[in-house]
Write a protein that binds this ligand. Structure first.
Ligand SMILES: Nc1ncnc2c1ncn2[C@@H]1O[C@H](COP(=O)(O)OP(=O)(O)OP(=O)(O)O)[C@@H](O)[C@H]1O
Ligand SMILES: [Mg+2]
Length: 133
């Protein structure tokens, strides 16, 4: 979030962590995970930017089953339009003009989507590491 702190602040967005303190260490490439999360937060910022009001982003971690954890980025923007929900995980799919879309895909940000109020994409649950007790 520090990487996007400026954009969050100047747009008046309320960014809230909702982190489960009891999660185990996970196996995964930290750079890919960071990139996936940045992509999702950037999507949320773009969606909120189009609403013309400040908006809210929640970053949530939670346990999913015995050996997985889940990371969610939720915003209270308009949500992902129904008609593109089946396409958002296609590589290079975008609804944005070339100037805005990066035009490259981030496979590690693909996974299940759980569009509720606003929008939320989930990265695939990472495998939990050995329990720290
Ligand atoms: N949080 C969100 N709220 C509303 N719509 C969203 C959200 N996230 C994604 N979308 C919609 O899904 C589309 C696909 O998102 P995706 O991140 O795959 O590509 P992009 O943001 O358009 O381009 P890129 O991420 O490559 O710069 C977006 O163009 C946007 O229309
Ligand atoms: Mg995007």
């Amino acid at each position: 979030m520090a990487l996007l702190a400026y954009q969050i602040r100047v747009n008046g967005i309320d960014a809230q962590p909702d982190l489960d303190p009891g999660l185990p260490a996970i196996h995964g490439d930290p750079h890919q995970l960071q990139q996936a999360i940045l992509n999702l937060v950037t999507n949320a910022l773009h969606a909120l930017g189009e609403t013309g009001r400040p908006g809210r982003i929640v970053l949530r971690t939670s346990r999913r089953g015995a050996d997985h954890v889940q990371f969610e980025v939720e915003d209270d923007g308009p949500g992902i339009p129904e008609q593109i929900r089946t396409r958002i995980f296609d590589p290079f799919f975008t609804t944005k003009g070339r100037a805005r879309a990066r035009d490259w895909a981030c496979p590690s940000s693909t996974g299940s989507s759980r569009p509720t109020a606003g929008a939320s994409k989930c990265i695939p649950p990472a495998t939990a590491g050995p329990s720290s007790g």
